[in-house]
Design a binder for this molecule. Sequence first.
Ligand code: CTP
Length: 394
Amino acid sequence: MLTGKKIVLGISGGIAAYKMANVASMLVKLNADVHVVMTKNATHFITPETFETLTANHVFTDVFDESGSMHVPHVTLGTEADCILIAPASADVLGKLAHGIADDMLTTTVLPARCPMLISPSMNVNMYENKIVQNNMQILREYGYEVIEADTGFLACRVEGKGKLPKESDLVEYILRACAKEKDLAGKKVLVTAGATKEAIDPVRYITNHSTGKMGYAIARMAMLRGAEVTLVCGDTAIDDPLFVDVVHIKSAKEMYDAVTSRAAEQDIIIKAAAVADYRPAEVADQKMKKKDDNLSIALERTDDILAYLGAHKKDGQFLCGFSMETENLIENSRAKLEKKNLDMICANSLRVAGAGFGTDTNIVTLITKENTTELPIMSKEAVADEILNHIAE
Ligand code: CTP
């Protein structure tokens, strides 16, 4: 996702500097061209050689270091960067940047930059809460820097409190949101559903299906990276909630119905990737049902079809996209659902082909609209999500 992007990591003197090796490595795996700039104090915690090995680029610690191949490195790096992340940002670096002091390689690299700039302060809780430091963060926000709130937890100084560097994958997600994708969905409200519903039989048992939520989560995340304001309504999953997305956790089809229909009118795009139960037990036992010698039948009643409701109440200009999972007659059955539920598009996937369906990281999807049928090859669920959004954006 970061092919062709130049990311500058500015590392200052704090113990969390060691975590930045992982951030650099994760960015390299996303194909970014990663350049590291360190303050002198940062080199006490981790060596430049670590980052040179990970990034295959020269690491700068001194404004007058011309040993790399770059001309006037601090100007070139700052100007050419697609995104700069300063992490950990010490109180000293926050103070300097807030007041335009540029007396080392890190601070001089930041001043000429015009790209998105992220600052992740990390320090002792008392330093973090100090009014001067808080004021400097506020000044930086007003200048357009995005200041990433520190996490709370056990700090290196042996106290619990706010001041921890957020986890590495979160920092990478901030960078992705800042520069990975065109913001072609900016200003759009997108609601996505994901995962399986659970229909209670008694306090112990429930009826569900094999959906893991991966496809819907990928759509929500990609829409967020493309600038949309995203709400994700999802059943229980093992996946961490995506950052920068409003996540609404539900259990039953009824809860999903309430969560989706109450938010539907304000959405520009609704994508229903969830696997919703069509039936639920007609009666839910208050107490655990004890087994008997006889066989047991459970009476089931229909749930509301959320997508059909949305199709019947679609507002002008709203785009409604459903999913369809079939084991036979994929295209005909899916096209019938498109028409019956008044959808603009349906993403059809078959359970019968390897690489598609529940729990996999890939999917094989056919996008069906009133006019067209587009068969996509096997792709990662992220790439499928992007294709779905491309079709909708068009
Ligand atoms: N769906 C829904 N509410 C339901 C059942 C399904 O909103 N109670 C939505 C799903 O989120 C999906 C689409 O309808 O986007 C199609 O779901 P699918 O299970 O493939 O089809 P059904 O319409 O339920 O029909 P059938 O089970 O007979 O194939």
